[in-house]
Design a protein around this ligand. Sequence first.
Ligand code: ATP
Ligand code: MG
Length: 446
Amino acid sequence: MRLTRYFLPVLKENPAEAQIVSHRYMLRAGMIKQQAAGIYSWLPLGYRVLRRIEEIVHEEQVRAGHIPLLMPTLQPADLWRESGRYDAYGPEMLRLKDRHEREMLYGPTNEEMITDIFRAHVSSYKDLPLTLYHIQWKFRDEMRPRFGVMRGREFLMKDGYNFDIDRDAALHAYNRHMVSYLRTYERMGLTAIPMRAASGPIGGDDTHEFLVLAQTGESEVFYDDRVTALKLGDRQIDYDDRAQVAEVCREFTTLYARTDETHDPALFDQIPEAHRKVGRGIEVGQIFYFGTKYSAALGATVVTASGEKVPVEMGSHGIGVSRLLGAIIEASHDDRGIIWPEGVTPFPVGIVNLKQGDGAADAACERLYGMLKAQGLEPLYDDRDERAGAKFATMDLIGLPWRLTVGPRGLAAGKVELTCRRSGASEEMSPEAAVDRLTEIYAAHR
Ligand code: ATP
Ligand code: MG
């Protein structure tokens, strides 16, 4: 992508309405535009990251054996009357009527609808286990939408629902989600800690929230700081292996980590003083096991191997896809701008031409551009007729993890400069070596 042909409405001034750094940088980097309280347009740069995050979520869900589908944003009120949640949900639910005076709502979540799909088409244990998920816009008329995409009213969520024959199978689905979520967040360069939480309007007794530690987080958290060092890394997971998946979950949930709702001061005091931490976190996901709460209410039953008709066991599992952009920026930035982890960056590398219009510099940039594209690494080429300082400032603000700087002086020696956004370290090398290096770096993130 050439910057002169792109749409990147960068702001020079700090927007007054932004209270936290992620909101400020998303506005300044031209990623989003507010259209109403808690409702945003996703401008091209923001949309690229959003799509990248969606892609990772999809890949990890499919890897875990879960099946994508797509349910609508608008739902009939009657379905929610069956579960009793139409009255229970309160003013966060956006209710509307169509031209025939039929009551509708903009879905805040989809337990009822997925249960309706299940009861229409599945009736035998032979069709289980089954986990269906979608990535779809939700609406919750939050009392205080704030912090940009962190607490929006319209927001993008991945929500998945497991259907299982018995409690053990449903608990395996719960564990499978935990592991697939850990992998999802790690690929985004995030440490998200599973913490025992309270279930709220979804219901059920087993639930964990995934929290990214950040001072701007809305949740108070209590934890043993050794949890922050746990990593899945590149270990192989067989998602059908109940024992292995349960063991990974145990590893990640044995150390104390809780939100204020489930915090137990007596247990917390048993952590060695040096590891006992109180902090704040951003909730980027939550998993629930709730058994037959919705299946019993909506009559979603299956016939077991012994011929008995039982309500199907269920759980639901959500990832805050749009909130993740804010969470990643809160966790990865400096005073010049965003620092995207390679896994989610909108462009893998930026090319800065120090002397636009100079024959040799222009030609070298074009050549680099072509070589990178051939490797599947679409660069953002700053081909504006601007000062070097302004180009560097833009690249730093939008946070591409790598920058290639091309100028007549380096070219005279056959070199370009490769700079790491995170460390600031620069190295001169031939264009070929730079392309090789970037290809190698990104191979680990595909
Ligand atoms: P919160 O406690 O932050 O209001 P929640 O527990 O009500 O969230 P869930 O029902 O667990 O939310 O939804 C799954 C995920 O969707 C959350 O973990 C969060 O990442 C995201 N999410 C929830 N509400 C919002 C919102 N208003 N804006 C952006 N993302 C949200
Ligand atoms: Mg939650």
